[in-house]
Structure formats: structure tokens, C-alpha cells
Design a protein around this ligand. Structure first.
Ligand SMILES: C=C(O[C@H]1C=CC=C(C(=O)O)[C@@H]1O)C(=O)O
Length: 369
């Protein structure tokens, strides 16, 4: 039962032991992994098994919550909750000047150097004393088509979020991935008309992903871009799929960070971010999810199996999401993270407004229904 699972989460929190609870897009199943000690397990090469929580900067360690057994799973009982769009806290304006100047600096750099795109972000500090379990319950009920999670490690912190972006999902050799870039506010009953800026930004991410996946995959299929909804936003999205040539870790290392969260050329954009954003991203725009899970499927034989014996199939699966629309929970406040892709065609005030709109996804979770 969901409430019994949440009691275990509460016990784990009070004993200061690591755990993760999560639900995949459009699923009503909540899974949980509880670690028995407070050790930090780090990833060395993504061949490990467990739930990975990786930072934006791949020079810093990714953390693993090891699952010795199959994760505990239960259905959650909530109906989808409607919600109000919150007003953005006034203190936000203090960041406006800095963010606009940061975007202007990036646009100037893009126009005069080889830099094509850079994703720039900011962090909002908002007072909050709502319990994390209630915040997680709201996330589950309000963003049913996102990947929703609550992650805790006593030595690292407490994060939760509802992300619309798949980094990569791999089952045996088959994979799917996603290029997500281009944002407009969601309007009930309407459809967005995408301008040149969003289309170019989207194409740049897709082209980059195609180029890094090419040598590592076979049968690479790239769908046509489509409009998808994520809470109070529309995004432009392209699905990529195919089969891996090597191990899943090759794809993970090749894909992160995509220009949806970093930029292009990657190292130049990353350098711009690390030297010009005025705060550390930590796990925002990193990635998280199930790494090399082994699912055993027991099947009874059908009439084609003459010996009429049951057989077992073993499926290895990895299911990773980009850590967007997330927050870090502190004692009496939360830190919300929001960003957007900057190109030569970016309007600095428009880019500021995009981060304001994106902040509503998590601000809404701080508001009662
Ligand atoms: C970096 C973020 O969004 C990325 C993902 C989708 C659309 C984006 C955009 O339109 O700029 C960003 O690339 C964020 O939400 O904090």
C-alpha cells in the first residue's frame, strides 16, 4: 500500500538513511529503493546496477543507491489534481538584471566565436516548510506524465522533481532517446506556433545527438519534431531510437550533457556555464534513474514448446531522465532550478520570462490544491 511505503520513507528519513521513491511517466506504480547504511556509493563507469543520481558536471561523482533486491512497488491512489498557476515571488526580480546580462553576454559570445548555443540557468530560494512526503504526493498527482521522484542521501541532500525529458532508455539492445528544446507557455485549447529560434534550437540538439549516436548505434531512426505538454509549458521534442552496438554505458557517456542542458560545442558551452553562472548546478541538469536493472520474466510455455516447460527470460534495462523541473529541499526553504537555451536569436527579456514560466512547475508544488 502507498501509505505503508510512505511510512517506510518517513522511517528512513528519520534514521538518516538513503532512499529513492519514483514513478515513471504515465505509470501509477511508485517504486522505492532503501539503502541499509549511509555509505556513499559512487559510479565508476555506469556498468553498476542500481538507481543513479548524476550531477551536471561529469567530473564530479555520480551516486548510486544500490538495490540488492527488486525495488518495492505499489500503486498510488490519487486522482490527478488540478492546480492554480502560482504567482512568482517578488524577490525573483533581484535575479532579473543578472540573468538578462548573462544572456546578453552569451549572445555576444555566440555572435563572435564558434559557440552556437549555451543553456543558462538560475536558482531561486523559496521559503517552504511543507513536508517532503506531501511535496512528493503533490508531484505524483499533478504531473502524471513526467518522471517524478524524491531522492535522499544524508551526506548529499534531498531532491525532488518532475522531469519531462528522457536521457536514454535501453532494453537489451534497443534504445530510445529524446531531443527536447523549444518552450512556450501552455494555453488551454491552443497549439503553439514555433518560431525560427525554437526550430533552430531544436534542430541543433537533434543534430548533435545524431552525431554522437551514429558510431555507437545501428538502425538509428529520427522521428519528426512534435509538440508535447509538460505542466504549464509546451516543448518541441524529437524521438531518436535504434539499437546499441556496445554496452549501455557507451550511450550514457556519449549523450550527457546534450545541448538541451549544456550547449554546442559542448566543452565551450560547459566552460561558459561553469565560469559565468553565479551558483553551482550540482544535480540540476544531471540525470537519474534505473541503471542496468535485471528483470526476470517467468513465462509458461505455449503449445509451440513441445516439452511444455516454463522458461525464464532475463531482460536488462536502463531508464534515465534528465534532472529538470527539480528542487533541492533544505531545512526551511527550497532551491528551485530553471534554465533555457540561448542562441544568436535569443531575446534576453524573453529568455528571462521563459525561466519565470519554468519556475511555475515547481512553485506550483509548493502551493496547496
Ligand atoms: C534547461 C531547462 O530546459 C531545457 C529543456 C527543455 C527546453 C529547453 C528550452 O526550451 O530552452 C531547455 O533546453 C530547464 O527547464 O531548466
Amino acid at each position: 500500500m502507498f501509505s505503508a511505503l510512505m511510512d517506510k520513507v518517513l522511517a528512513q528519513l528519520s534514521q538518516e538513511l538513503p532512499f529513492v521513491v519514483y514513478s515513471k511517466p504515465d505509470e501509477r506504480v511508485v517504486k522505492a529503493i532503501f539503502q541499509e547504511d549511509a555509505k556513499i556509493h559512487t559510479i565508476s563507469d555506469f556498468t553498476e546496477t542500481g538507481f543513479v543520481f548524476a550531477p551536471f558536471d561529469s567530473e564530479s561523482p555520480a551516486i548510486l543507491i544500490k538495490n540488492t533486491e527488486t525495488p518495492e512497488a505499489t500503486e498510488y491512489p490519487f486522482e490527478t489534481e488540478a492546480y492554480e498557476h502560482p504567482t512568482v515571488p517578488l524577490a525573483d526580480t533581484s535575479q532579473k538584471k543578472f540573468h538578462i546580462q548573462l544572456v546578453e553576454k552569451a549572445v555576444a559570445k555566440i555572435k563572435t566565436t564558434d559557440l552556437e548555443k549555451v543553456v543558462l540557468s538560475r536558482r531561486l530560494n523559496v521559503p517552504c516548510t511543507t513536508h517532503v512526503i506531501e511535496l512528493f504526493r503533490r508531484i505524483l498527482a499533478r504531473y502524471p506524465n513526467a518522471f517524478r521522484y524524491l531522492w535522499y542521501h544524508p551526506k548529499v541532500g534531498c531532491w525532488l522533481g518532475a522531469t519531462p525529458e528522457i536521457l536514454v532508455s535501453i532494453e537489451n539492445k534497443r534504445f530510445t532517446s529524446m531531443s527536447l528544446a523549444g518552450t512556450k507557455p501552455y494555453v488551454e485549447g491552443g497549439t503553439p506556433s514555433w518560431g525560427k529560434k525554437e526550430q533552430e534550437e531544436q534542430k541543433l540538439v537533434t543534430d548533435y545527438m545524431k552525431s554522437v549516436l551514429k558510431g555507437k548505434t545501428v538502425d538509428l531512426q529520427v522521428a519528426t519534431p512534435e509538440t508535447v505538454r509538460a505542466g504549464n509549458l509546451w516543448h518541441l521534442q524529437t524521438r531518436l531510437s535504434g539499437r546499441t552496438k556496445g554496452n549501455p554505458n557507451d550511450l550514457i557517456k556519449a549523450l550527457h550533457p546534450t545541448p538541451a542542458v549544456c550547449g554546442s560545442p559542448m566543452l565551450m558551452a560547459k566552460n561558459f556555464i561553469l565560469t559565468n553562472e553565479n551558483y553551482p548546478r550540482e544535480f540540476y541538469t544531471g540525470f537519474l534513474g534505473e541503471l542496468n536493472f535485471i528483470n526476470e520474466i517467468n513465462r509458461t510455455s505455449d503449445k509451440n514448446n513441445r516439452e511444455n516447460k516454463a522458461y525464464r527470460a532475463v531482460k536488462a534495462s536502463t531508464s534515465l531522465f534528465v534532472n529538470l523541473r527539480c528542487m533541492q529541499v533544505l531545512e526551511d526553504n527550497v532551491l528551485l532550478y530553471v534554465g533555457g537555451g540561448i542562441t544568436a536569436a535569443s531575446d534576453p527579456i524573453g529568455e528571462w520570462e521563459e525561466t519565470v514560466n519554468k519556475s511555475k512547475t515547481m512553485l506550483q508544488v509548493l502551493t496547496k490544491a
